[in-house]
Write a protein that binds this ligand. Sequence first.
Ligand code: SF4
Ligand code: SF4
Length: 324
Amino acid sequence: MKYISCIHLEHGITFFSNSVQICCISSHPGGGNIIEINNYKGEIINWDELFKKRNVMREKIREGNIPEKCSGCYYLKESDWNTDNYIDEVLIGHFTHCNCNCIYCYTDKDKKFFNTNKTYNIYPVIKDMIEKGVLSKNATITFGGGEPTILDEFEELVYLLLDYDVYNIRIHSDGIKYSPAIEKGLKLGKITLITSVDSSSAKVYEKIKRVSCFDNVWKNLKKYAKTKNGLIRTKYVLMPGVNDNLHEIKNWMKMTYEAGIRNIAFDIEDNWFKANRNSIPQYIYVIFDFVFNSYQQYNLESCELYERASNLKIDRDNKIKPEK
Ligand code: SF4
Ligand code: SF4
């Protein structure tokens, strides 16, 4: 049966430091953040109970009642959704500590708090999902937080997922700490590594990241790239007024290719985008078009658009759509 829903509403789960939610998407008009368990501290989940509650919502969605918090979200689409109970879209984002210090990070509000905030160990929860058959082998597992490679259980957790044969593990890492588990996953072709470099010079990198790790990050990226099989993306988060010049962007694509990496990702800084969404300056479209239309000229194979960049594209496509 075809109806409008989204992969997260049907089969997603997101682990945050004190809650379990359906997804982490939030920059659309509805605002997202649908909480399933509040005050969560890593307890083993009662899946029968969770699916029972979620199915009440899924039933309403099948009748055409999309949750208000999803309104305007670009993830919504019509499809022949599988109505079984399983999870195949997981975000692991229960940690907030990081060895980097980006000016655009949500943790910048109170770096000391986020770097010392005690989190729970998610390994037993994921192991339980595997043992109970809740986690599909076709699952996409995304790590985003915080910096995952400095998480105590990170290496062991990635090996657990690789042993279970999950083949689509997406890891957002700043690239400062080299991870043997990521290297193994890349060799097996089961990991996509995304590293935001946001620059192509140490000067701009340090302005945004506020750590002196530019050379170290590129050294690690080159080492990861030698694994050949896995997919690596360098990402550029455009910060208007900080890294918004084409020279920096062209060199980023060039450096990516020279590091042996063939894929990029592009996004726009979240706070700026939310504040300026209805009055985007023309030069931002020029930069967007340049990246999206010319990455192949730099011998790169793909450019993934992240949430804000996707929304920018959708907003403009809608504006220029001919009236019916
Ligand atoms: S429609 Fe959007 S906000 Fe709603 S669950 Fe899906 S991704 Fe999240
Ligand atoms: S690398 Fe990510 S988690 Fe770390 S400070 Fe930057 S944006 Fe925040």
